[in-house]
Design a protein around this ligand. Structure first.
Ligand code: FES
Length: 449
């Protein structure tokens, strides 16, 4: 390649080249070495509640089908016909007994009665007449992901059979993903999606969004107008900001969090929904349940974080998952999925839906602030003069300290760029094409293990 990865990301100096946010060459390398190998978020099980339901998702620039077969197993298949590549599912979601190609009519199934192989090719028009019965249909099924996991309702997958298991990939970042997905009473799981997925496209590089959630608390100044207007959970006041925040960088695979170390004393109960008595009663009741269940210690309730490479989680309110699908070096399709306790009263779900909509998503006030920043930052990377000057990530450089109780995690305090220095270091290792063995060895070396 013409660009040198050795100089593009200089974690020691704390600089990152603007080429990362505009270069087609680097974008192609990301698809080849990162999105084809890392664990990626595909969807939520509630998107495919019944047999034959499907939902079209993305893994990098590839379109994939999330589906539930008639054996009730969730499958993830490449949404591209094996014959000439036609997109099999062109609608965002639906229900079908088979995936039938509109171009020449090949048919693929997930029905175990016809074939035990998900995505098997079971129908070829003219198989005997045109192909003389010689086409090896067993070799031309839909491509399946190599590994797939249902983690508390969220579906994650990788194309790489050599990838470590999902929980090994997460390391102690798992505690924070748990906290976004667990019931607010502290018991495991028990969350559902509110309404559908919000999807929109913005003119920015996907990594600029990822680093925002991975550990850029410094940008809070952008949301000052939101706080002065008052869009809090109860309809007024500040956002549900987390007190006592620490920026936590996981040297294991570049995950990052803004939140608290786990198993600390729970904060005193703070009423947030004073205008909604039924909602306030619900959360006060859950606070008491958590005290009984966890003895006043919270695992981790208050956090915003990033699961490497392109997922954001919000563990408090709004409780959401954000996904940043790369479309081109300067375009990203952004998704927001909103979560709520499955067994919450309808009044609670309604109050959250209204709060989420005014907070996040294409019409949400904080996301509108952020979108403007991300778009201008990306545009600057295309200027022939501006792109010669790298971005500065020097905040907290050389001050990282380990966090007791969290494997491989370090901090330099509340505001830092340590998380994103680490994020881009991992990004460079993937894009350089390091094997999983080399990536794991680098992770162990970083953690001093
Ligand atoms: Fe699908 Fe030809 S492209 S059958």
């Amino acid at each position: 390649m013409a660009l040198s990865l050795d100089t593009l990301v200089d974690a020691r100096a704390g600089t990152v080249s603007r080429e990362l946010f505009a270069s087609q060459e680097l974008f192609d390398l990301e698809q080849e070495h990162l999105f084809s190998r890392a664990w990626l978020f595909v969807g939520h099980e509630s998107m495919v509640p019944g047999p034959d339901d499907y939902f079209v998702s993305r893994m990098g620039t590839d379109s994939v089908i999330l589906t539930r077969d008639r054996q009730n197993q969730i499958q993830v298949l490449l949404n591209s016909c094996a014959h000439r590549g036609m997109k099999l599912c062109r609608q965002d979601q639906g229900n079908t007994r088979a995936f039938s190609c509109p171009y020449h009519g090949w048919t693929f199934t997930t029905d175990g009665k016809l074939s035990s192989i998900p995505g098997a090719l079971t129908g070829v028009p003219g198989l005997n007449r045109h192909y003389f019965g010689e086409l090896d249909t067993s070799a031309w099924g839909l491509r399946r992901v190599a590994k797939l996991v249902n983690f508390k309702g969220t579906i994650w997958a990788t194309w790489d059979p050599d990838a470590p298991d999902f929980e090994e990939y997460l390391g102690d970042m798992k505690l924070y993903l748990d906290s976004a997905l667990d019931h607010r009473d502290g018991s495991p799981g028990g969350s559902e999606m509110i309404a559908g997925v919000q999807k929109w496209r913005i003119g920015t590089n996907w990594k600029i969004i990822a680093e925002n959630f991975n550990g850029d608390l410094y940008h809070d100044i952008s949301h000052r107008s939101v706080d002065s207007i008052g869009i809090g959970p109860g309809g007024k006041g500040r956002r549900d900001a987390t007190p006592q925040r620490t920026s936590i960088s996981f040297r294991h695979f570049g995950h990052g969090v803004i939140g608290r170390a786990p198993y600390q004393d729970e904060e005193p109960y703070k009423p947030l929904f004073a205008n909604h008595p039924e909602v306030e009663d619900y959360y006060r009741g859950l606070y008491d349940k958590r005290e009984a269940l966890l003895g006043g210690k919270v695992k981790v309730l208050h956090s915003v974080g990033g699961v490497f490479p392109n997922v954001a989680i919000h563990g408090r309110q709004p409780r959401t998952i954000g996904v940043f699908h790369p479309i081109s070096p300067t375009e990203t399709e952004m998704w927001r999925i909103f979560l709520v306790d499955k067994d919450a009263p309808q009044a609670v779900k309604d109050a959250h839906r209204h709060y989420y909509l005014r907070y996040s998503g294409p019409g949400g006030m904080t996301e509108s602030d952020d979108t403007e920043n991300w778009t201008y930052a990306t545009q600057s990377c295309r200027g022939s003069i501006a792109r010669r000057t790298p971005f500065n990530y020097q905040m907290g450089l050389g001050h990282a300290e380990p966090i007791p109780g969290l494997r491989g995690a370090v901090t330099t305090g509340e505001f830092t760029e340590e998380n994103n220095r680490n994020y881009y270091k991992r990004w460079a290792q993937f894009v350089r094409g390091l094997s999983w063995a080399e990536l794991m060895a680098a992770s162990r070396a970083e953690q001093g293990a």
